[in-house]
Design a protein around this ligand. Structure first.
Ligand SMILES: Nc1nc2c(ncn2[C@@H]2O[C@H](COP(=O)(O)OP(=O)(O)OP(=O)(O)O)[C@@H](O)[C@H]2O)c(=O)[nH]1
Ligand SMILES: [Mg+2]
Ligand SMILES: [Zn+2]
Length: 297
């Protein structure tokens, strides 16, 4: 058996890299039965099929075992990442802050370090996105405004990517693949126009792919997504994924305060004092209620 990493999956085949060799693999049926889907980024053990003729483009193998993951996401479907570049565009497609908040919840839950990337600043001279920058910096996130096309501020990303595994995620058409092509000259990822009519991306990237960087580290390009569920999260745990609540945790009158309806809540006091953003707190309340209601059903 050989140990390798899944770098790509297409039509039921997984491409597993080990020592610079890529094996085309099928997964054993036992994974499907256990409801366990191999993810890009998984470290796996594969058994090799007898090589029939050496002119084959890929050597063949079978995934026998998925080694323990440090973390995983469902959307995009990746595992074992250190950090995430959550990419949005400041023009079109329009930024979707509800999606950003939902995505941050999943990332925090999996202990992945997030960066918020606002792309296409070349198209917005009025800097109308500044309120987003202010809001999320106040939360404690790093927000990077750049233009992949004009190569503005893209060099800020390079040192952050070095020796790390970074997933680029966000809606279709925000410029994830364009940005990756800028970061690494040898990349030739396909990019697509934003639709004139509906101002949305055209889902150009179809597969997740893990790629090495010349300077060290790996990046994952992923297909854009437009919605994100919070299923599987307990309403009571939600507060842990709003990182601006952390400094108040344990200081409220009631231990186990959910910061929703309890008296003498320090998160609500911070909200009144303007230390916590109203919009973020509203997101929290909305999701909290949704999760409570789902459970009731
Ligand atoms: N003006 C401007 N356009 C950009 C910038 N970056 C990307 N674009 C354009 O945005 C469109 C979408 O870019 P992609 O890189 O294909 O977007 P994506 O996020 O990979 O989209 P999917 O693969 O569909 O998820 C293309 O027409 C790019 O040329 C930028 O910094 N400024
Ligand atoms: Mg793409
Ligand atoms: Zn509280």
């Amino acid at each position: 058996m050989v140990q390798g990493t899944i770098i790509k999956g297409i039509a039921g085949f997984y491409y597993v890299e080990s020592d610079q060799i890529i094996y085309e693999c099928k997964a054993r049926g036992k994974f499907r039965k256990a409801n366990m889907t191999p993810l890009i980024g998984d470290r796996v053990m594969i058994s090799l099929k007898q090589e029939e003729n050496s002119t084959d483009r890929f050597l063949e193998g079978t995934i026998e075992e998925i080694l323990p993951r440090t973390n995983s996401l469902i959307r995009p479907p990746v595992s074992n990442v250190d950090q995430a570049m959550v990419v949005f565009s400041v023009t079109y497609p329009q930024i979707h802050l509800d999606l950003l908040d939902r995505f941050l919840i999943h990332i925090e839950r999996e202990h992945i370090k997030p960066y918020i990337v606002l792309n296409k600043i070349d198209e917005d001279n009025s800097e109308s996105y500044q309120y987003i920058v202010d809001r999320y910096i106040k939360v404690g996130y790093e927000v990077i405004c750049l233009s992949a096309r004009e190569k503005l501020n893209t060099d800020i990303l390079m040192p952050k990517l070095k020796d790390k595994t970074t997933v680029f995620a966000g809606p279709s058409g925000v410029g994830k693949s364009t940005l990756l092509n800028t970061i690494e000259e040898s990349f030739t990822l396909e990019t697509g126009e934003v639709s004139e009519k509906i101002k949305r991306g055209k889902h150009t990237t179809r597969h997740v792919e893990l790629m090495p960087l010349t300077g060290g580290g790996f990046v994952l390009d992923t297909p854009g997504f437009t919605s994100l569920q919070l299923d599987g999260i307990e309403a009571e745990d939600l507060k842990h994924y709003f990182i601006e609540f952390k400094e108040y945790e344990g200081t409220c009158k009631f231990s186990g305060c959910t910061h929703t309806h309890e008296p003498d809540c320090n998160v609500k006091a911070a909200l009144e004092a303007g230390e916590i953003s109203k919009e973020r707190y509203n997101s929290y309340m909305t999701y909290y209620k949704q999760l409570k209601d789902t459970r009731r059903w």
